[in-house]
Design a protein around this ligand. Structure first.
Ligand code: PLP
Length: 412
């Protein structure tokens, strides 16, 4: 057999699997230690009652032959596509149900969209960013170039110095940095995409965390985006669907390349490779957009954002530089003393039982930074914030320099 050699070009472990493995090893070596997880991007709040009720009701309906649902519309049930459009209308963006595709998660959507583009496409990726953009591009054998986020540009790279690209991935609010593009900045990206006849894949998975009405929540707020962009969003972080699984993709019918409609191609691809999202899940997802559902899920978003405030304030009190955490559930911290991400990760884990995510796992430009997730329970975040605010970075850095053997680390 011939294998896809591109998969072998990936790091041995996916970032979050590597973090989980290191934490597991630490727990085995220190079973007495308290471990506070601010590393993984999974949510902890339970499902909103409106969502869980809607799914129970849908399950009950299915007991009755008259209301049973088999295979559904591959594009997603009309009621959910209309509810998605209603949501966009609430922030004054016009989207039509015909352009909305419901599926089972943004991660699979990001990977599956690769099917639309030629293997030799050049992909422009922000760096640092959610590792799935890079990994799926590598697996597809793409030529990859980067738009680099730095402290100086606020981790919001612009196309000014970028070479030609066929595909452009953007993530706003950004995972891991929490940075959010302004409308003017998105206009620059849309102009760049038009100039290069490129397609923007806009990942808006954290849109619900934007607290400033002046910031754009969709690429379709920008004139001309409907002819150069595809948008992905997910119920995972907006409504705790990480285990339920539901997302949407907007592929405007106006989006064409070489005389072909990308909407038609995506429909064709989905019809062959996807059999529709669970009816019960789609009922739950539609309930997210009901007035009651919105009130409940917004409370949870607010809860996570208060966590983010606690983390950010604690880190700043300890004297380090942070950014993000204002319109995103992630706080992005510069490692002091020019420490490398994994070194800083290990020190925080070994000395304080705090799990973070090494910035370098999100791209080379994340080296020297750590990401803290605010998705933990309030109790976990408060305990972590207490420890973080009292951190003695001088001492930690010294421990690193003198490379104290593991068994000599002070008790936790
Ligand atoms: N996009 C970004 C930027 C994410 O951070 C994540 C998950 O963490 C996803 C997509 C995947 O979301 P889903 O749970 O819908 O697959």
């Amino acid at each position: 057999m011939q294998l896809n050699e591109n998969i072998m070009k990936l790091e041995q472990n996916y970032l979050f699997a590597e973090i989980a493995m290191r934490v597991r090893r630490f727990r085995e070596e220190h079973p007495e230690a308290e471990v506070l997880s601010l590393g993984i991007n999974d949510v902890t709040r339970p499902l909103a009652p409106a969502v869980s009720d809607a799914m129970s009701q849908a399950a009950q309906e299915m007991r009755d032959a008259a209301h049973f649902h088999g295979y559904g519309d591959v594009q997603g049930e009309r009621f959910l596509r209309e509810a998605v459009c209603g949501y966009y209308r609430s922030f004054k963006v016009a989207v039509e149900p015909e352009d909305v595709f419901i599926s089972d998660g943004a991660k699979s959507d990001l990977a599956n969209l690769c099917d639309l583009f030629a293997p030799e496409s050049t992909v422009l990726l922000p760096n640092p960013v959610y590792p799935v953009f890079y990994d799926t591009s590598v697996m597809a054998g793409r030529n990859i170039i980067f738009a680099c986020g730095t402290k100086e540009n606020g981790f919001l790279p612009l196309p000014e110095n970028c070479g030609h690209a066929d595909l452009i991935y953007l993530c706003s609010p950004n995972n891991p940095t929490g940075a959010v593009y302004t409308r003017q900045q998105l206009r620059e990206w849309v102009a760049f995409a038009h100039k290069h006849h490129a397609c923007i894949i806009y990942d808006a998975a954290y849109e619900a965390y934007i607290r400033n009405a002046a910031l754009p929540r969709s690429i379709f707020e920008i004139a001309g985006a409907e002819t150069c962009a595809i948008e992905i969003n997910s119920f995972s972080k907006m409504a705790g669907f990480t285990g339920v699984r539901c997302s949407w993709v907007i592929v405007p019918r106006a989006l064409t390349a070489h005389g072909q409609s990308l909407h038609k191609l995506w429909m064709r691809r989905q019809s062959t490779k996807y059999n529709g999202t669970s009816y019960i899940v789609q009922r739950g997802a539609a309930a997210v957009f009901s007035p009651e559902g919105q009130r409940q899920v917004r409370n949870d978003v607010q809860y996570y954002m208060e966590n983010a405030d606690l983390i950010r304030n604690a880190l700043r009190r300890s004297g380090v530089f942070t950014t993000g955490g204002e319109h995103a559930p992630y706080v992005w911290m510069e490692c002091p003393y020019q420490m490398q991400s994994w070194d800083c990760f290990e020190l925080l884990l070994k000395h304080h039982g705090i799990v973070s995510s090494p910035g370098v796992g999100f791209g080379a430009h994340g080296e020297g930074w750590l990401r803290f997730s605010s998705f933990g329970s309030r109790e976990t975040i408060e305990r972590a914030a207490h420890k973080l605010s009292a951190l003695d970075w001088d001492q930690l850095a010294l421990w690193k320099v003198t490379a104290v053997p593991a068994q000599h680390f002070p008790a936790l």
